[in-house]
Design a protein around this ligand. Structure first.
Ligand SMILES: Cc1cc2nc3c(=O)[nH]c(=O)nc-3n(C[C@H](O)[C@H](O)[C@H](O)COP(=O)(O)O)c2cc1C
Length: 181
């Protein structure tokens, strides 16, 4: 059992980073393995909306025309048994790096070949509101909708706010069992 953990934070020691570490601890405690990918450190452009109708080869071929780090990460997701997606909450929404990644992934999933090995794959989403603490539920809803559009089986969604971070780290460790147990 191998889990790909994707983080939309650039700070491995920040609050989202702590949530990611708690999830990896839970995954490993269940006897599974995990690898972390920090999106801000990868080269993932935003969608170019290639053609006048708004589509591109994402719809016809299930892949993206842009040659950057997207394709390799998608292959890792497809080869994994489960996925975790964690993001800091920005403006009650996903971080820009995660938004750019999921915007392009969901387009490729419109095509049958793009959706292959993503359809029904278990995923857990974590949204960490580390400022005032508001916006985690709204961010979680956006993440849920986008992951479902890709075809993932969303098995858990964990909104976290600065004020309940320590409690939620325990919950995250336990939640790992639902994908890695
Ligand atoms: C552009 C921006 C927007 C933010 N919007 C929110 C917000 O809506 N609600 C909130 O609680 N925190 C907000 N924050 C604070 C982040 O959630 C907090 O910095 C983040 O959880 C900590 O980053 P890290 O987890 O990557 O360390 C915002 C931060 C930035 C940079």
């Amino acid at each position: 059992m191998h889990v790909v953990v994707i983080s939309g934070s650039r700070n491995p020691d920040g609050q989202t980073g702590q949530a990611v570490k708690a999830m990896v601890e839970g995954i490993q405690a269940s006897g599974a393995t995990a690898e972390i990918h920090e999106l801000p450190k990868l080269k993932i452009e935003r969608c170019r909306q290639c053609e006048d109708d708004g589509w591109g080869i994402c719809r016809s071929e299930g892949k993206c025309i842009i040659k950057d780090d997207l394709a390799a990460l998608v292959e890792k997701i497809k080869a994994s048994d489960a996925v975790v997606v964690a993001t800091p909450v920005y403006f009650s929404d996903l971080s820009e790096s995660l938004k750019a990644f999921l915007d392009r992934l969901r387009r490729t999933c419109v095509n049958e070949s793009g959706r292959e090995s993503i359809e029904a794959k278990p995923v857990i989403g974590i949204c960490v509101a580390g400022g005032g603490g508001g916006g985690a539920p709204a961010c979680t809803e956006h993440l849920d909708h986008t992951l479902r559009t890709c075809g993932f089986d969303v098995v858990d969604l964990i909104p976290v706010r600065r004020q309940n971070l320590l409690l939620k780290l325990e919950i995250i460790r336990m939640s790992a069992r639902s994908i890695a147990g």
